[in-house]
Write a new protein. Sequence first.
Length: 240
Amino acid sequence: MKVIITENYAEMSQKAAEIIIEIVKNNPNAVLGLATGSSPIGTYQNMIKDHQENGTSYKNVSSVNLDEYVSLTADHDQSYAYFMRTNLFDHIDIDQKNTNLPNGVASDLQAECDRYNKLLETLVPDVQVLGLGSNGHIGFNEPNTPFDAVTHPVKLTENTIKDNSRLFNSIDEVPRQALSMGIKNIMQAKSILMVVSGKNKAEAVKGMVQGKITPELPASVLQLHPFVTIVCDKDAASLL
Ligand code: F6R
């Protein structure tokens, strides 16, 4: 595990974007595994800036996202499909036909997870971007999710519903379920890039980097992956 500690969120975002841009420059057909949430927004902003200023092209890049809420359509402003369009896809030259997220309004959620798992057999991310839940979750793999889980419907924990309610008008509007890549899918990525900032993540960062490898802290599984880079600000790294 390589841990890069930065002064603040802005520097974290810059470093993380540089890593992704390098991968795309070296392989114009790269597959990017992407995440939503507050952590990667600055990274995506730096990728957009670089695209505009330096012309890095995503024309032949494909993407697979980690997860999506159940019950929100792709045009709902809290859906992860909407998040990805507004925070990244609409501002770079990626072909949106090559971008993929689980469909949270599929009539058969298990069949949708099966479709996504099949897709992930052919679209193996060159880099999987991750954020970290304050309880150590990655994707929506909450504590005690088995390490061999693949894409599956997830019941969100009270902790995650509370964390995510800041983006909704009220906590009652936060969906209670999501579809998420499993830990096994995440571990199949060729490399992993985690962005994490803030004091509220410090405990989870410590467990992930220095704690025992246990499903109780899903991110601890990353210790078993050969190519992981964690870019974290000094607040998130404060307990290391
Ligand atoms: C997002 C995702 C989640 C977030 C995590 C951290 O696609 O899968 O695991 O990465 O909840 O969220 P933020 O970055 O909002 O603190």
